[in-house]
Design a protein around this ligand. Sequence first.
Ligand SMILES: Nc1ncnc2c1ncn2[C@@H]1O[C@H](COP(=O)(O)OP(=O)(O)OP(=O)(O)O)[C@@H](O)[C@H]1O
Ligand SMILES: [Mg+2]
Length: 394
Amino acid sequence: MSGHFPLLFYFSLFLMLTMGYQKWMSKGQGYLNNARGKEGEQRIGLLKRSMKCYRRALSKSPPDTKNFIRTRIRSIKGQIDYLKYKKKKTHSSNNEENDMDQFIVKDKTNVSFKDIGGLQHAKQYLRDRLIAPLDHPSLAKKFGKRPVNGLLAYGPPGTGKTMLAKAAATESKEASLIQITPSDILNKFLGESEDKVRKIFELAIDKAPSIIIFDELESIATDRNLASANKRSIVNQLLTEISELNSHGKDQLPVLLIGTTNNPILLDSALLRSGRLSDRLYIGPPGREGRREIIQQGLEQKKEVLKGNIDIDTLLDLTAGYTGAEVVGDMDRVFNRGFRNSVENDGNVRKVGMDDFLEVFKRDRTLAVDIWRSEMKANLDNNPKDYPWLREVI
Ligand SMILES: Nc1ncnc2c1ncn2[C@@H]1O[C@H](COP(=O)(O)OP(=O)(O)OP(=O)(O)O)[C@@H](O)[C@H]1O
Ligand SMILES: [Mg+2]
């Protein structure tokens, strides 16, 4: 009897192991059937369960069925991998779209021409050459008026170039605004910046009519003779995109470019040729009446904390030659004094008056516009190329 024991043992072990492999297989088949017609996560979940069942079946199955089960497992795994890959791809392309969407300025309404003091010539130019043809395309066609291809707004820092470009897009009822700063494009990975440039134009075409503002353009489209290899290819890509845009004709694809810079000498000159950023607009300090508008607006907004009479003409005398940013900066400083004192004074409002203005507005600094002019002069003297339009304003 004891001689039969090993045989009996192995037989029952075999029975235990094989028992149920068919049950697992039919369970697996059930999940597989269920997965049919389902999508996404749900399908992946059912396929995974099915695979688990088949794996159990495999471990229990007799040798002659193993191959069949293995093939089935491989097929299920293939389906799961494919579904995961598809999911990842649509997810990443959605992300990419969202990534690009961040460049569309959705709150473009928060700055308009009325917020900008002075610069009447620039506003008029933008109305005539950019906004009206964009908003009234068929009328513009009848009168042979095409929107400007591209425009370079140049001038000293803080004169409102960025603000003006943004406001122009806001004034247009039709145009989407895409605002790009150098850090959006410049990337240490070779090839990625060009890719960004390409996608920006794709986005602009998709959202046309649109205006792309390239802020601080000299950092993006640096003269190729001075630029690194990486930057050279960005300029090339930019030029390619602009030519492509032009070859489609502005009527089909109204995508307008505005570049802003305070150092046009650093720009690649190919960018300034006809058909590209061929129009130039100097944006300088706002002038006496422009400053008056800026100061009046600032006073109006904070009239609750003003005391006594503010003699605006004196302030205008004190700020002759100031850029918009310098005027706004001084106004801020005045109200900061009042705010600080009020906080120190347990929240009791300390109003600001003409004495605060005189304290802050005393002229003790070199004007931004003078610094800019002398820098441009020095740059031009060392440059073989001539920039008559720049010489005109320095
Ligand atoms: N004409 C203006 N009217 C009202 N505010 C102005 C004007 N010019 C400049 N400012 C103020 O200065 C700030 C800076 O302006 P902005 O950034 O448009 O200048 P910029 O010319 O683009 O300067 P940068 O060359 O340094 O880029 C604005 O947010 C605004 O507060
Ligand atoms: Mg700017």
